[in-house]
Design a protein around this ligand. Sequence first.
Ligand SMILES: [Zn+2]
Length: 52
Amino acid sequence: MTCPKCSGMMFSERLSDFFLTFYAWKCVNCGSIVDHTILENKQKESPSLAQR
Ligand SMILES: [Zn+2]
């Protein structure tokens, strides 16, 4: 897993919301957090962008 912003190394970190505990990817270089749900949302958005 590499950072989409800076291509740095990412590691899986455990984060906790109020009710949920989930894992997200965090970049060592820039501290960018990539959540799995964010990735899914981007994949959903991409087909609609292609139609435009
Ligand atoms: Zn980064």
